[in-house]
Structure formats: C-alpha cells, structure tokens
Design a protein around this ligand. Structure first.
Ligand code: PRP
Length: 184
C-alpha cells in the first residue's frame, strides 16, 4: 500500500485541532442533553473514529447503535432515491433522543434519507452531529445541529475517511493529491 506521505497535498485539520473541536462539540451536547439519555447512531463506516472520540467526552447517559447506508452507482449521490440501508439499527428508537453521527456531509442525500426514515419511527428527538461539512456541495436541505468544521470541496482522507477503503485510521484529515495517488 502506498505511503500516504507520497500523495498528501496538505494536512487540512491536524490531530490537535480535531480533538479540541470534538471536545467542544461534546460540551455542547452535554449541555443540551443534561439529565437525559442519548442514543448515538454511527453511520458506518466513516463516522467510527469520530463517534468513539466524541463519546469519551460525553457525561450524559449514552447508548450506541450503528447503521450502514449504500448508494447505487459510484461518486456523489444523484438523489435520495439512490440511497438505501444495508444494515439497520438493532434498537427501537421510539421515544428516545437520537443523535446521528457522521464524518462528512457532502450532497446531504445520505443524511436526508436517514432522517426521513428514522422520523417515521417516532424518536423523542432526532438531531445530526457531523464532523465535516462540505457546505458548497449541498443538494438536499439538511439540519446540522452540531458541526465540527466547514471545509472546501477537496478530496479529503483520514480520521474515518477512506481512499479505496484504506487510510481511515490516520489521526488527521488530509487532502489527496490525485496526480500522485496510485490506485491498486
Ligand atoms: C460518506 C459519508 C456520508 C456520505 C456523505 O459515506 O460518511 O455517509 O458519504 O455524502 P452525501 O452527503 O453526498 O450523501 P461513504 O458512502 O463514503 O461511506 P463510508 O462512510 O463507509 O466511507
């Protein structure tokens, strides 16, 4: 596997900056849900490291569950109709405070679809927490209650974000130099 240093154009958000912002988001969540219980939902797979780091700073009662989404075709999703659930929640969310955790929101179609679907299951509340927001790419209107960083439209990787399924383990968010990246 290619060493990421060979195609890293820049470190967009370093580890320290990420972790500081995640602590701030956790503080907001702690304040908003004080005295309540919250069910964190990890949208697999990219949100894994973010959810794990975030939950470690939460002092409200927390439960977690996961769901996986896929889209037909490749590249950016064309419409919400192209999004489907490949692994559903194992938890009944009726009457519970639900917080969806995402690594990145791009077109917004994935999260829009998940929100629409989960609303029908009658949670007590349903909010979105996203680490990265490629705001300029938005096609669907989606509420983001807790947002880490607004980023430009660059191909980013690391901290949950993959390139061909690898490099999710890196502790920072980097930008790929596509001319230098060699797919296997
Ligand atoms: C990414 C990301 C969001 C979605 C955002 O997932 O984690 O779920 O794309 O795109 P959208 O706003 O345009 O819908 P991806 O399909 O890459 O899967 P992964 O999390 O397993 O990497």
């Amino acid at each position: 596997m290619q060493d990421y240093r060979e195609f890293l154009a820049e470190i967009l958000i370093d580890e320290n900056t990420l972790q500081t912002r995640i602590r701030q988001l956790a503080e907001e969540i702690n304040r908003d849900y004080a005295g309540e219980e919250v069910l964190l939902i990890c949208i697999l797979r990219g949100a894994l490291p973010f959810l794990v780091d975030l939950m470690r700073h939460l002092n409200v009662r927390v439960a977690i569950d996961c769901m996986a989404i896929s889209s037909y075709g490749t590249g950016a999703r064309a419409s919400t109709g192209n999004v489907r659930v490949t692994y559903d929640l194992q938890t009944n969310i009726a009457g519970r405070h639900v917080l969806l955790v995402e690594d990145i929101i791009d077109s917004g179609h994935t999260i829009a679809h998940v929100l629409e679907m989960l609303h029908t299951r009658r949670p007590k509340s349903l909010r979105v927490c996203a680490l990265l927001d490629k705001e300029s790419r938005r096609e669907a209107v989606v509420p983001i209650h807790y947002r880490g960083f607004v980023i430009e439209n660059k191909f980013v990787f690391g901290y949950g974000l993959d390139i061909d399924e690898y490099y999710r383990n890196l502790p920072f968010v980097g930008v790929v130099d596509l001319q230098k990246y060699k797919s296997e």
